[in-house]
Ligand binder design. Sequence first.
Ligand SMILES: [Zn+2]
Length: 506
Amino acid sequence: MPMPYPDLILHNAAIHTAAGTPSPDADAVAINAGKIAAVGRFADVARLIGPATVVLDCGGRTLIPGIVDAHCHLLAMAARAGQVDCRPAAAPSVPAVVAALRDAIAAAADADDGTHWLRGYGYDDSPLGLGRHITRHDLDAVSTTRPVRVEHRSGHACVLNTVGLVAAGINRSTPTPPGAVIQRAADGEPTGLLLEMSGWLSERIASRKSAELKPLANRLLAYGITAVTDAGPANGIATLHSFTAKTSAADFPLRITMMAGWPQLDEITRLGLRYGQTIPGTRVTIGHAKIMLTASSGNLHPHPARLTAMVSEAHRRGYPVAIHAVERDAIVAAAIALMDAGAIPNIPDRIEHCAECPPDVIDLLAQSGALAVPNPGFLHYDGARYRATVPPELLPQLYPVASLLAAGIPVALGSDAPVVEANPWAGIAAAVSRRTADGTNLGGRPVESVQTALALHTGGARIAVGQRADLAVVAPSPFAAPPERLPDVRSALTIINGEIAWRNGI
Ligand SMILES: [Zn+2]
């Protein structure tokens, strides 16, 4: 039987083959029915052209497997479109934060009935930002009639104004939820600062639903991203519905793996949803069970003994776990819990973030058998803040991708957006250079090559016959560009399942 005519042929491309270096023997690929059907010289591949084959000249740009962001938060990213930017670059002082929020109220005055929550994001209490946390009193200067909520840059803290505290039902006698902090002044009144309470709040505050995912999709596709893992700690049936509705409407062509929030694991398994299952007619797959392990309250939460029981319970339901662990003590506890619980055969558990990894912690991580999912993009975007707030001897141990690899630990890279921008090329740049956005070297071992770092961001995909046609055509060439130019790499053509999802310049 002759080979069917390809749907699409890309030529005049530098092709990143399995070996990692651009191949001199191939400058074209043919794609058919969502798969790569041929890789070779255009002179040969051109013989396959049929009457309906689309042929695109890549203009010498570099063809790579589509990028996978192994850890991000899609709905939070999309929600930011309607929120006020309170990051230090936009609002460098407390009065500037207040002014930005007041401006947003004024701008929306006739479009809004005044009862919706006004939300801001990204304030930074560190010396590089405001130098302190905001309080309810600061935000009462924004509004005394409308609830206001401003998220800390970490996503693990937020501040409500007085109306907001009342709306959420928080007063001086509200008991503190486990693992959380309701900060109180000397007189016992809440200051407005809440740590680790976003899940608690979302159960009590109706949020404006259904953020637009289309602009977000385009932003991700422009980086060459074709698949994301949503690591929402409260992902359940409602989140799944919003993802499947969007993806079937083609608003969001990227593949989504949705982790199952630990608190929602029961409702998810009751519906018969299994780990690894792709929802029919969509590009949404059910991923690991997400467990938050935090140290914000001064103690690990949940307690290590409880953590092991949670891991075992998830495994019993057929779900591997992804444990959120940023601080050294949390990573140690996560690794030990995974060792105590044992793994589901051939399905590694994951440890998310792995920010503080001195050598002894790396040894434990290696013994745990877990997939580590660090976020080297933080070194790029937040490196200056780390230099101001982290003891210098610890800087080389932050997100040490190369040291994890050297210890034999499997690694996948995630952005953790929207905490920082979802640009995977910034993370790759930091992994291979250990440099911040302003060019300062933080020390520590760099990943040996862009090829190696990119492979951690593509899920091991290759450009070879029979592989899934999730591809991006990027420039400047990541393999030739100096590290400081890597964050500027963009896709001119992003293809998912053989279909053009993004096109800009080809
Ligand atoms: Zn996250």
